[in-house]
Design a protein around this ligand. Sequence first.
Ligand SMILES: O=C(O)CCC(=O)C(=O)O
Ligand SMILES: [Fe+2]
Length: 321
Amino acid sequence: MAPQRRAGSRTPESGGAGAGARAEERRRLSSGVKGSVQKDSRRKWLKVAFLLSSAMLGYLLSGSYLLGEDGVTEVLAHQGESLQYKFIEVPCSEDYDSHKRFEGCTPRKCGRGITDAIISREEAERIRRIAEKGLSLGGSDGGASILDLHSGALSLGKHFVNMYRYFSDKVHDTFTEEDFHLYRDVRQRIQQKIALTFGISSSSMYLTKPTFFSRINNSEAKTAHDEYWHPHIDKVTYGSFDYTSLLYLSDYTEDFGGGRFVFMDEGANRTVEPRAGRVSFFTSGSENLHHVEKVHWGTRYAITISFTCNPDHGIGDPVLT
Ligand SMILES: O=C(O)CCC(=O)C(=O)O
Ligand SMILES: [Fe+2]
């Protein structure tokens, strides 16, 4: 068997026809090596491209980004993670211009914040018990019941009643001063967090209505009030809102399915998965168009706590009357 000649191996050079043949062979070998080097590097790049696209696909499917029917869904806060603080700034809409401005309060900086660090899960449970007690007096026939401790509005069948009047004999056995104290304390902490985040003074913002507990299950809607899932802008829906906050009182996937909160941005949905004790807050204009997914099973509890910059639209903390 003839010995294989490696490229670059030295052979004694002698002149004549033999030298020409050797030169030709060298050329052939060298172009063969070049070809295989090119093939190698192409293979390497293909491998890199494959690994990169697999990693990207893995990331997209990991739950932080999901490709849904309506484009990309990004999870801003997973139920299973305890989030110290997250803030995403978005440009303010012009919605605030059509209302009287209150400098030092009306949003100049807009966005969304999420924190699991200001209300403990134990406090959230105590607050949920307040909601359960109140809502056990009434409740909607459809899937969404509300209880407003400020005005007393309580869902009852297909209507609302004023709990403080309708159940005047029961109210004092149902709630305690401690319940109202906790409610006030929690409201204050959320207000301070919002003020700090948006660079305003906490004393320039006022609690406004409606501020209410919600309980949602998968019963079929009986009236328009039960249809909580429609996309909306709080400033348009409620007028006085400048800053909206939500305190979640139960856990997505553990207590209920569906029911995620969704910011509907152009080209992407960004979700907040409810977690007991999680506070999600945002400026109330159309920069924060949102909806709540339908609840498929279980019961979802939350409080919507809203703030205005207009003192004329301010309300006080609820009192046990
Ligand atoms: O409960 C939620 O997650 C959102 C409720 C809401 O959008 C609202 O009260 O305006
Ligand atoms: Fe809303």
